[in-house]
Design a protein around this ligand. Structure first.
Ligand SMILES: Nc1ncnc2c1ncn2[C@@H]1O[C@H](COP(=O)(O)OP(=O)(O)OP(=O)(O)O)[C@@H](O)[C@H]1O
Ligand SMILES: [Mg+2]
Length: 511
């Protein structure tokens, strides 16, 4: 019998969603069959999370169709804290438990209804339900998650809760697996496990991630939500490499078409003024032409030019919008000498850096990286500390928070008035995002605000805890380049495999 998983699929067509009165998803089409692993990419705030919510059936689109076959497992970007570790796992295994219960029930009545038994058995086999709990245990261990199922979730950090849920999801083998930024709280071992599980997932996987190494290892198809000439997203086959090539070609085509169109507009404007000049200067058709032609020929030309101009205006291409460009303000460095010793969390650790020094802190989850960064933040002055988790007020805008912060720094004498870095100068936020309530921004856009606030006070020491989390791949590239060049002193704690490769010439402190 063919496994039911082989036939599972996901289909979206013509999906439109507006949020807060602004279009977020415009004409999204997507089809995925078992074995497809679809990556959603695009700048922060482009609608990846929104699209995943539509796929999960969590958000009903304003128009368009969504079809889904089979159970759906969802790891979203934010996570509630009620219940225990076991509850969280049970929630993911609902389908599996139901399939096993149905098989038990069907076993009792197999004599009367053999067909029902066969169906129940097929379902259990398709989900490989007997092995689900064992799979969860394997994933809990591989992801370094808490294995005590009685443990209340509220006693766990966000990262530890994420890992528990991810283990539940991977164990459940949902025919449709939807993952929003699943790598943020994983260490090297966890990343390897996730990669392997996704590659062998028997159903459909759709994931949004900034982790370029994961996308390259996993994606078979990429849906790009960044702006296009017709406003609709593009889908690229051929995995990550296919996307990189396809996107560059797409952008080049748009720019060329835009340039050609501009040239045609100019040519037509020239034709039009030439025709007008000829009319004004008493243009005469060659001798022998009848009166009738003489009177109408030039205006006909003008009309033809006008017509072509109208046609062009109707199909006018928008300017390819210039992407935001991250710009680090001018900074200076500071020497750092600190001894951090937090019993139970981090053994005595010494950090000695000259002005402009670099350090990359590595180690598995729970090794004390954040504890070290907290200690360094307390030991130094003029620190810009990007914490792992964002904690911004939902009802205020980035502008307001930035203004309040810099006003406080200036009035307390920590920062001179002319040293303040304006919010708009760092190229992290669009003007619209800067003035909307922070609660309405995407998770990545909020992280951009955190980064802008860190830079606002011209720090001499940058402490960055998992700086790539939630940021778009483009910004991560720019941030990496900036961190390599800034004269400020920089300490980074990260699991990001690409960032580790890009900083491999820095001194490392493995915890
Ligand atoms: N409740 C809301 N009210 C108004 N606008 C919203 C709301 N929720 C999301 N948005 C807007 O919808 C857009 C898409 O957000 P979404 O979270 O889907 O982006 P994303 O691509 O997942 O971004 P990120 O990379 O930061 O996770 C953003 O411009 C966001 O500000
Ligand atoms: Mg998102």
């Amino acid at each position: 019998m063919r496994s039911a998983l082989l036939t599972t699929h996901l289909a979206l067509s013509g999906v439109h969603v507006a949020l807060g009165g602004r279009p977020v998803l415009v004409g999204v089409d997507l089809t995925a069959a078992a074995g497809d692993r679809v990556a959603l990419v695009g700048e922060n705030g482009r609608g990846k999370t929104t699209l995943l919510r539509v796929l999960a059936g969590d958000l009903v689109p304003d128009s368009g169709e969504v079809r889904r076959a089979g159970s759906t497992g969802v790891a979203d970007q934010e996570l509630p804290a009620a219940g225990t570790v076991g509850d969280l796992i049970d929630r993911e295994l609902t389908e599996v438990r139901a399939a096993l219960a149905a098989l038990d029930a069907a076993t009792l009545t197999v004599a009367e209804d053999a067909e029902a038994y066969d169906e129940a058995l097929a379902r259990v086999e398709a989900l490989d339900a007997w092995a689900a709990d064992r799979r969860v245990d394997v994933s809990l261990a591989a992801l370094g998650a808490v294995t005590d199922r009685a443990r209340p979730l509220r006693t766990l950090s966000v990262g530890r809760r994420h890992r528990v849920r991810l283990a539940g999801l991977l164990g459940a083998r949902h025919p449709v697996l939807l993952l929003d930024e699943p790598t943020n709280h994983l260490d090297a071992g966890g990343l390897a496990h996730l990669t392997e599980r996704l590659r062998s997932h028997p159903g459909v996987v759709v994931l949004a991630s900034h982790d370029r190494a994961l996308l390259a290892d996993v994606a078979t198809t990429v849906v790009d939500l960044d702006p296009t000439s017709d406003g609709r997203p593009r889908t690229y086959g051929g995995g990550w490499a296919g996307y990189r090539e396809g996107r560059a070609a797409e952008r080049a085509r748009w720019e060329t078409a835009y340039r050609d169109q501009g040239e045609e507009h100019r040519r037509l404007a020239d034709d039009l003024s030439a025709a007008q000049n000829r009319l004004q200067s008493g243009w005469r058709p060659p001798k022998g032409t009848g009166r009738h032609t003489r009177a109408t020929k030039a205006p006909a030309l003008v009309r033809a030019v006008h017509r072509r101009q109208e046609e062009l205006a109707a199909h006018r291409l928008s300017v390819p919008p210039p992407p935001l460009r991250f710009a680090v303000p001018a900074l200076t460095g500071t020497a750092l000498h600190a001894v951090v010793d937090v019993p139970g969390r981090l053994g005595r650790t010494v950090v000695d850096l000259g002005a402009g020094g670099r350090l990359v802190v590595t180690g598995p989850n729970g090794a004390g990286k954040s504890t070290l960064l907290d200690g360094l933040a307390a030991a130094a002055g003029r620190v810009g500390y990007l914490r792992q988790e964002s904690d911004l007020p939902a009802d205020r805008s980035a502008h307001q928070v930035h203004e309040a912060l810099t006003a406080r720094l200036v009035s307390s004498g920590q920062l001179a008035e002319d040293e303040v870095v304006p919010l708009g100068a760092v190229g992290l936020l669009s003007g619209g995002d800067a003035s909307r309530p922070l609660g309405e921004l995407s998770v990545g856009a909020r992280r951009r605000v955190d980064l802008a606030l860190v830079l606002a006070a011209r720090p001499r020491l940058l402490l960055l805890d998992e700086p790539t989390n939630h940021l778009s791949a483009t910004l991560v590239d720019e941030l990496t380049a900036a961190l390599r060049h800034t004269p400020a002193t920089v300490v980074v704690a990260t699991h990001d495999r690409q960032l580790l490769r890009d900083t491999r010439d820095w001194p490392a402190l493995p915890l």
